[in-house]
Design a protein around this ligand. Structure first.
Ligand SMILES: Cc1cc2nc3c(=O)[nH]c(=O)nc-3n(C[C@H](O)[C@H](O)[C@H](O)COP(=O)(O)O)c2cc1C
Length: 189
């Protein structure tokens, strides 16, 4: 059944196709209008994040909602001066609690599962934001220690992605993709 909050217009009536439409029409947005993201929508977006799969259902994610102008400026600086980030009304900082995964899965949990789990949550955030007609961008280029310092993130917790979200003020063309046929291997690499 189609969740009530998935409201982007789609010419397709089949529920299965709508999610594919959302996946394909999502773009990285790097310019935003001033309009805020309502608390209700923010919670819908984060609710989508926690329904991502995670190894052993450890759910190693934590989310920091940043709206303070000064903090956003400091985070954009820590992201190697990606100043465009400050045009977003909110930046969600996705963190991975390494110990939550490592306590069950050891080194593989610490170095792989908690990163994969939070990446899945990040993609859910991008898709949910798009479904609610917001623009967003996955920002991975930043000084991790600096972001930890700015936001008081504890020792075993890694900030893994920054996601500025807001109403899009640009409509970028889809960047090209490597053709699928060049990427598929059958019955071996
Ligand atoms: C792990 C990761 C890190 C990224 N880091 C940045 C970044 O620091 N700054 C940025 O502007 N875009 C960043 N992006 C967005 C990519 O540039 C973008 O996804 C890619 O060009 C494809 O465009 P699309 O998202 O519109 O399909 C990142 C994406 C991923 C998945």
């Amino acid at each position: 059944m189609k969740p009530k909050w998935i409201s982007i217009p789609s010419t397709l009536s089949n529920g299965e196709m709508e999610i594919l439409e959302i996946i394909k029409t999502r773009r990285s947005i790097r310019r935003f209008r001033g309009e805020d993201v309502s608390e209700e929508d923010l919670m819908k977006i984060l609710e989508a994040a926690i329904w991502a799969p995670s190894a052993g259902n450890r759910q190693p994610w934590e989310f920091i909602i940043v709206k303070d102008k000064h903090l956003k400026e400091k985070i954009a600086e820590a992201a190697y001066n990606q100043k465009w980030m400050t045009t977003a009304p909110v930046i969600i900082v996705i963190c991975a609690d390494e110990m939550r995964s490592a306590s069950r899965y050891g080194e593989r949990g610490r170095s792989l599962y908690c990163i994969q789990d939070t990446a899945a949550a990040t993609q859910n955030i991008l898709l949910a934001a798009h479904a609610l007609n917001y623009g967003a961008c996955w920002v991975g280029a930043f000084d991790e220690n600096r972001v930890k310092e700015i936001l008081g993130i504890p020792r075993n917790v890694r900030p893994v992605a920054l996601i500025p979200i807001g109403r899009a003020d640009e409509h970028p063309k889809p960047p090209s993709r490597i053709p699928l046929e060049k990427l598929i291997h059958r019955d071996g690499y």
